[in-house]
Design a binder for this molecule. Structure first.
Ligand code: KG4
Ligand code: ZN
Length: 342
């Protein structure tokens, strides 16, 4: 028993890459002792999107109380932390620097290892929290406000990017269409809810499959098609049924996401697919992915909705795996706004 306690590795993880200040305590890679998320969404709502300078300032105000809250909720003190993990990219440079500076200060004063984490890798690893038996290899579809990646996860830390967006990210497309429909920010959850009351076959929007065999995505054409449809209805005095537009737009996005993800799994001969990132919270994306995968004998896993959007628990999980592979940073760690996963 004593040995087991000595072997426990407790990570304090910090995530400040965008508009959520989040701190978590994660034990042995998959056990989340606390995961505090302070969202700034109400502040940015009035601007219709994240204002980087405002986000950085809010992170500075939030970070120390949130660190304390995460420790309190986990029932441990800073002295019991073995490793400090922090997101160092991709993300907003000023926002990332707040988390990195705090993490360095703790690592320096406590003389504990500092581990830099890639935010995208964090989203993939969010799946390990609730699916204890999940192990690579699998295909991961990462769909967030800033990213749309189809990744072959060969092993921990070993990736092949099979496809990515050539223009807008999937979440960005949801947010832009919601703005055009004057629905508010962030648009994804609002469109998701409205779409449940709409007809997905009401308006025929394009599906961007691109060239034969391509695993890339593109959402800008779809965005233009929706905007053109709205303009043309306005000009002709046709009544716009927002629920139908939401459902039809959403269907165009998710059909392409689902088909390419399943094709990627078949291509690589893997039997597990995971969803990650804010858009993975979308109810129809989850439903369609499960339904279509079943036919191919592919198992689908996704995190609970809170773990789909930005959170520090996923950063803690990734930091643990980086740490046990010996990937430790020094106090020169800097933010890398366009950090890649391979
Ligand atoms: O992963 P995330 O919290 O932040 C980034 O790293 O970008 O993702 C936020 C994005 C936003 O674009 C938001 O509109 C979208 O995820 N989102 C959704 C849903 N919930 C959040 N999109 C579609 N359906 C949802 N239910
Ligand atoms: Zn994210």
């Amino acid at each position: 028993m004593k040995n087991q306690i000595q072997n426990d590795i407790v990570v304090l993880a910090i995530e400040t890459s965008c508009d959520e200040t989040s701190v978590a305590v994660v034990k042995n890679g998959r056990e989340v002792l606390s995961n505090i998320i302070a969202s700034q969404v109400e502040i940015h709502q009035k601007f219709g999107g994240v204002v980087p300078e405002v986000a950085s300032r809010k992170h500075i105000e939030n970070i120390n109380p949130i660190i304390q809250k995460a420790l309190d909720e986990a029932g441990i003190s800073l002295e019991s932390i073995d490793v400090i993990g922090v997101t160092y990219g991709p993300g907003l440079v000023g926002a990332l620097l707040v988390g990195i500076s705090s993490a360095k200060a703790i690592a320096f004063s406590r003389k504990i290892p500092l581990v830099g984490v890639n935010h995208i890798e964090g989203h993939i690893f969010a799946n390990f929290i609730e699916h204890k038996n999940l192990e690579p290899p699998f295909i991961s579809l990462i769909v967030s406000g800033g990213h749309t990646h189809l990744v072959y996860v060969k092993d921990y830390g070993k990736y092949q990017i099979m496809g990515k967006t050539r223009d807008d990210a999937a979440g960005e497309a949801f947010d832009k269409i919601a703005r055009a429909l004057k629905l508010g920010y962030p648009g994804g959850p609002i469109i998701d809810k409205l779409a449940q009351k709409g007809n997905k076959n009401a308006v025929e929007f394009p599906r961007a499959y691109l060239e034969e065999g391509s695993f890339d995505f593109s959402f800008s054409g779809l965005k233009s098609a929706v905007l053109n449809y709205l303009n043309s209805c306005n000009q002709k005095g046709i009544n716009i049924i927002i629920e139908d537009v939401a459902a039809s737009f959403q269907q165009s996005v998710i059909e392409v996401l689902v088909n390419k993800t399943i094709k990627a799994a078949i291509d690589k001969g893997v039997k597990t697919v995971t969803l990650a990132g804010g858009v993975a919270a979308n109810s129809e994306l989850r439903n369609l992915m499960v339904e279509q995968s079943k036919r191919e004998g592919i198992d689908v896993k996704f995190p609970s909705k809170e773990l789909c959007t930005d959170n520090a628990a996923m950063i803690g999980v990734t930091a643990y795996y980086n740490y046990i592979r010996g990937e430790i940073a020094d106090l020169e760690l800097n933010s890398v706004p366009n950090l890649k996963i391979c």
